[in-house]
Design a protein around this ligand. Structure first.
Ligand code: ATP
Ligand code: PRP
Ligand code: NIO
Ligand code: MG
Length: 519
């Protein structure tokens, strides 16, 4: 039911014309990578497989569709009620793979009626997950492998399901944790739930008299020791409410004390109050975790914080100061991460919400779902816009690797053609520009798609897990040439067709395009 009305109207019309059981082949692919880059990460396949497994129309669905199609013949609803995905075969590129334009991410084969019905749902299950996973992967590339990345986007996401998907797929794209509690609960161990505290906690305290402890706990000792250091360092002008908040937070979480220090005055108050409580915690045998900055020049503030930590470490001979995290947040996007890389800063972790989950730089990936063959008859769709001309017929896709282990190009060939072989020259052609050709002698050849669903057995090869998908993203980015990953003007990655597919496509194009008569 999570579909567009036109799938139901087409399905009815196919059924009425007795075309619903024609053997069909559809491909799901995109035409342009997002965010001005070259790479896209394939994601959402786990959801697609669950959907195929659960696909059916319940009696209440049928009652509702009857209202939408009041003139449809009653036997159509018998057909609709009997539908499931047991007659459908699906091949796909593994979740977490880097993928490129025109290469089918998913190939769907089976009776026309059911395959048509899958269009919208498959698109919605792949488009946003692939987009946000790609965004997360780009943020990871921009931040570098040594930084902790936390996803904080739930409050700004496109609704609760958008927020949930974002949390899951940002982890796959390379984030280390999320603030989203339901994502952690439902997705298990691979999704680590993390968090600090907000300004409200600091604002809620006015003075030190508001700090209360449970009898017999170490809180009183931490407070006393904090105030002793405050006198010793002559820092008695820091904000008292903030200090009260930090002492209370440390009492609640002595082993995970991480304080937001920018509520009143980052360097003049927040940093000092944190240091006081951190020294007291250390005296009590706990290791404080660090600070969070949520405003201002994050490079400058983080460097000043690090300098103060180093000074304190020397002054009080405490090693823990060197290990404290410096978390930065506040409207961070890929560009801010890129800019920060060029500056001196001491940030060890980023908390990123709005711009990550809403995919600020590009809000949608344009995956499409296109019919390429019916009953062994290849189908083409012609467009004035060359980018939209469909490459017809059933195809296989391969990635050809060079001697240095990095991918050279992706290749589409006709279904019955011999595939490219290691050590053998293969002519790879631009799909539309006749003069653009290249011979590739690959050192490694990888078939991109494999069977993931067959009607009889259901899911083939197991459900993709979060950890395996995440690992795949990481390992595929690692072997990609740096110039394809570059932030500004990356080198285009080639997607080619075989000579046979080129000739076939262009012949069918000529045969299908009427010649205009002018007079
Ligand atoms: N050193 C830096 N280099 C590049 N961008 C930075 C740097 N420090 C912060 N930013 C970014 O600059 C922007 C600052 O936004 P803005 O000026 O609205 O925040 P602020 O005034 O510091 O904080 P707030 O409005 O939350 O009090 C944010 O997008 C932030 O991530
Ligand atoms: O900036 P984002 O990347 O979306 O990260 C999440 C933001 O959410 C929180 O505060 P919120 O924005 O709700 O309040 P603020 O106005 O104090 O920043 C947090 O302090 C971050 O600023
Ligand atoms: O835990 C945090 O610090 C957090 C969580 C969500 C949004 N902003 C910050
Ligand atoms: Mg904010």
């Amino acid at each position: 039911m999570l579909t567009d009305m036109y799938q139901l109207t087409m399905c009815y019309a196919y059924w009425k014309a007795d075309r619903h059981n024609l053997n069909s082949n559809f491909e799901l692919f995109f035409r342009k990578p997002p965010f001005g880059g070259e790479i896209t990460v394939m994601a959402g396949l786990d959801q697609v497989l669950s959907f195929l497994h659960n696909f059916n129309f319940t009696p209440s669905d049928i009652t509702y569709i009857k209202k939408l199609l009041p003139s449809a013949s009653p036997s159509f609803f018998t057909y609709l009620s009997s539908l499931d995905c047991s007659s459908v075969t699906v091949s796909a590129i593994p979740q977490g793979s880097l993928v490129f334009p025109r290469i089918p991410l998913i190939t769907i084969s089976g009776p026309l009626g059911i395959c048509q019905l899958l269009e919208t749902t498959l698109l919605t299950l792949i488009n946003y997950p692939s987009l946000v996973t790609t965004n997360a992967a780009r943020f990871r590339i921009a931040a570098g492998d040594d930084k902790v990345l936390l996803e904080f986007g739930l409050r700004r996401a496109q609704g609760p399901d958008g927020g949930f998907s974002a949390s899951k797929y940002c982890i796959i794209g390379g984030f280390d944790g999320t603030s989203n509690v339901i994502a952690g609960k439902l997705l298990g161990e691979d999704v680590k739930v993390k968090g600090t505290h907000a300004h409200a906690f600091v604002q809620s305290f006015k003075g030190l008299e508001e700090v209360v402890f449970e009898e017999g706990t170490g809180g009183e000792k931490i407070k006393k020791s904090t105030l002793k250091y405050r006198r010793e360092l002559h820092w008695e002008d820091t904000h008292e409410g903030e200090l009260a908040a930090f002492i209370s937070y440390a009492d609640a979480f002595p082993s995970q004390f991480l304080a937001l220090i920018d509520t009143y005055d980052t360097l003049g108050s927040g940093l000092k109050n944190f240091i006081l409580v951190a020294l007291a915690l250390d005296d009590a045998g706990f290791k404080p975790a660090g600070i969070r900055l949520d405003s201002g020049d994050l490079a400058y503030f983080s460097s000043e914080v690090r300098k103060a930590f180093t000074k304190m470490s020397n002054q009080f001979d405490r090693d823990f100061f060197h290990k404290l995290m410096i978390v930065a947040s506040n409207d961070i996007n890929e560009n801010v991460l890129q800019e920060l890389k060029k500056q001196e800063h001491a940030i060890t972790a980023f908390g990123i919400g709005t711009n990550l989950v809403t995919c600020q730089k590009q809000p949608a990936l344009g995956c499409v779902y296109k019919l390429v063959e019916i009953e062994d008859q290849p189908k083409i769709k012609i467009s004035q816009d060359i980018a939209k001309v469909l490459i017809p017929g059933r195809k296989h896709s391969y990635r050809l690797f060079g001697g240095d282990g990095s991918p050279i190009l992706d290749l589409l060939i006709r279904e019955n053609e011999p595939p490219p072989k290691v050590g053998e020259r293969f002519l790879c052609r631009h799909p539309f520009e006749e003069q653009k050709r290249v011979f590739v002698t690959p050192s490694r050849v990888e078939k991109l798609s494999s069977l993931v669903w067959d009607g009889k057995n259901g899911v083939v090869g197991g459900m993709p897990t979060i950890s395996a998908s995440k690992e795949r993203v990481k390992s595929q980015i690692k072997i990609m040439r740096g110039d394809h990953l570059r932030y500004h003007n990356p080198t285009p990655y080639k997607v080619s067709v075989s000579d046979a597919l080129f000739k076939f496509l262009h012949q069918l194009w000529l045969d299908s395009a009427p010649v205009l008569e002018l007079s």
